[in-house]
Design a protein around this ligand. Structure first.
Ligand SMILES: Nc1nc2c([nH]c(=O)n2[C@H]2C[C@H](O)[C@@H](COP(=O)(O)OP(=O)(O)OP(=O)(O)O)O2)c(=O)[nH]1
Length: 129
């Protein structure tokens, strides 16, 4: 399973995370916004679409910087999670799919309950920003 996700980074260095809603797999855990590419989409096109659907923001593919990936078993599937950094977007993110959004610094990011694939990504992100 391939998933693309974005670390949106605000001017003050905080990162946006969203909470997975009840009824979904991994409900209640915090994640980077994103999702699965559809057939025929590039990873960057998929992420632009997901950020529009999930947060209502407009992002240009050129403003997505490929940054890190994680490879983790997830139940009986195997997840490859591609993380992009994004610092430029239009609009104010709203929780259109998530139960909650939060802008967090790295100390908070490390304390949040996130899926296992996200742990190594946070460590990688800390070195990149
Ligand atoms: N967007 C996102 N997904 C993540 C992260 N970490 C992580 O393990 N995932 C997993 C959760 C989901 O299984 C999958 C993303 O799928 P999705 O959000 O598009 O769809 P979904 O919840 O319906 O997925 P699922 O029920 O098939 O697991 O990737 C993350 O940081 N961001």
């Amino acid at each position: 399973m391939w998933v693309v996700a974005a670390a949106l980074i605000a001017a003050d260095g905080r990162v946006l995370v969203q909470r997975r809603p009840p009824g979904k797999s991994l409900a209640g855990l915090w994640e980077f916004p994103g999702g699965k590419p559809e057939i025929g989409e590039s990873p960057e096109q998929a992420l632009v679409r997901e950020l529009d659907e999930e947060l209502g923001i407009a992002v240009e593919t050129r403003d997505l910087t490929a940054s890190a990936f994680a490879s983790e078993a997830l139940g009986h599937r195997h997840l490859i999670l591609l993380l992009y950094i994004c610092r430029i977007w239009e609009g104010a993110p709203r929780a259109l799919h998530a139960s909650e959004l939060r802008w967090v610094d790295f100390a908070e990011l490390n304390r949040l309950d996130m899926p296992p694939a996200d742990r190594p990504l946070i460590a990688a992100l800390a070195k990149l920003i």
